[in-house]
Design a protein around this ligand. Structure first.
Ligand SMILES: NC(=O)C1=CN([C@@H]2O[C@H](COP(=O)(O)OP(=O)(O)OC[C@H]3O[C@@H](n4cnc5c(N)ncnc54)[C@H](OP(=O)(O)O)[C@@H]3O)[C@@H](O)[C@H]2O)C=CC1
Ligand SMILES: O=C(O)C1=N[C@H](C(=O)O)C[C@H](O)C1
Length: 255
C-alpha cells in the first residue's frame, strides 16, 4: 500500500486527486495539507489534516502537490527532506529551483517527478511539437486557460517552448523591424518563440502550437475538457515513483 499526502487538497486539482487516491486499491490517503480548515470533500477519519508544514510528521511514501507557484518550492524541499517522494503538478518552479531539488533528491536517493502536465494529450503535443520544430522552426504558442489561473504562461506552454528551443535551428523569426503599437500585443518571448496566454471563463486547459513555413502551416492542438483527465497520469506517477532514485521532469519519463 502506497501512503500518500496531498498538498492543496481543497483546490480544483487537489479535490480530484483526493477522490482518485481514496478510490485506488493500492493507495492510502494518510494526510492532506492546505491552508483552510473547511473542506468541500469528505475525508476518512484516518486521514490527518495539516494546516502548516511544521506540523507534518507522519509516515508516508509520496507527496502529491497541487498548490500554488509561491508555495511549491518549499513544499517540494520539505517533502524530499522528509523522505516523501514528490509528485509535483504545481507550476512555477524555476530552472534553478529544479536543479536544487534534483540535487537534494539525488543526495537522498529519492525518486520524484515534476510534471508540467499529467494529461496524455499534452504530453503527446509537446513531443509532436518538438519533432515538428526540427523541420518547421517558425513557431508560436497559444495557451488558453480558465480565468482563475494565477500564473502565465502556463507551465505546459513554457515546457513546450523549452523543448522546441532545444532542437530548432537557431534563427531570427519574424520581421526584425517589427514595432508593437499596443504594448505586449505580440505576447511573451521565450528564446524567440512567442507565447500568447488567453484567460476566459468556460475554458479548462488548452494549447495550440502553430508552425508556419513557405506556403504551408501546421497546427498541433490539445484540449483538456475535464480535470479528471489528469488523474490517470497522477496515479501512474504515484504507483511508479518510489522505484526511482532521482527527480525526473516530465510524465513521459514514467510512462
Ligand atoms: N501538472 C498538471 O497536470 C496540472 C497542474 N496544475 C497546476 O496545479 C496547481 C493548482 O491548480 P488548481 O488546483 O487549479 O488551483 P486551485 O487554486 O484550485 O488550488 C490551489 C490550492 O492550493 C492551496 N494553497 C494555497 N497556498 C498554499 C500554501 N502556501 N500551501 C499549501 N497549499 C496552498 C489552496 O488552499 P486553500 O483552498 O486552503 O486556500 C488551494 O486549495 C497550479 O499551479 C496549476 O497550474 C493544474 C492542473 C493540471
Ligand atoms: O492551472 C491549470 O489549470 C493548469 N496548469 C498546468 C499548466 O500551467 O500548464 C497544466 C494544465 O495546463 C492546467
Amino acid at each position: 500500500m502506497t501512503k500518500v499526502i496531498i498538498a492543496g487538497y481543497n483546490g480544483k486539482m487537489g479535490q480530484k486527486a483526493v477522490k482518485m487516491v481514496q478510490q485506488h486499491d493500492g493507495f492510502e490517503l494518510v494526510a492532506v495539507y492546505g491552508l483552510e480548515e473547511k473542506t468541500a470533500i469528505e475525508l476518512d477519519t484516518t486521514t490527518k489534516i495539516f494546516k502548516s508544514l511544521d506540523e507534518i510528521d507522519i509516515d508516508a511514501d509520496v507527496w502529491v502537490d497541487f498548490t500554488v507557484p509561491s508555495a511549491v518550492y518549499e513544499n517540494a524541499k520539505f517533502a524530499i527532506n522528509h523522505g516523501y517522494s514528490p509528485v509535483i503538478g504545481t507550476t512555477g518552479l524555476t530552472d534553478e529551483q529544479i536543479s536544487e531539488l534534483k540535487q537534494l533528491a539525488a543526495e537522498k536517493k529519492l525518486g520524484g517527478l515534476i510534471a508540467p502536465n499529467f494529461g496524455i494529450s499534452a504530453v503527446l503535443l509537446m513531443q509532436f511539437a518538438q519533432q515538428a520544430a526540427k523541420y518547421m522552426p517558425d513557431v508560436e504558442i497559444i495557451e488558453m486557460h480558465h480565468d482563475q489561473k494565477v500564473d502565465a504562461p502556463s507551465g505546459t506552454a513554457l515546457s513546450t517552448a523549452k523543448l522546441i528551443s532545444k532542437v530548432r535551428p537557431s534563427h531570427e523569426q519574424g520581421n526584425p523591424n517589427e514595432k508593437e503599437t499596443l504594448a505586449h500585443v505580440r505576447g511573451g518571448d521565450f528564446d524567440g518563440i512567442r507565447i500568447h496566454a488567453v484567460r476566459l471563463p468556460g475554458l479548462v486547459a488548452h494549447e495550440q502550437v502553430m508552425f508556419g513555413s513557405l506556403g504551408e502551416g501546421l497546427t498541433i492542438r490539445q484540449d483538456t475538457f475535464d480535470r479528471e483527465s489528469f488523474m490517470s497520469g497522477v496515479a501512474i506517477a504515484i504507483e511508479k515513483i518510489t522505484d526511482y532514485h532521482e527527480l525526473l521532469v516530465g510524465l513521459e519519463n514514467v510512462l
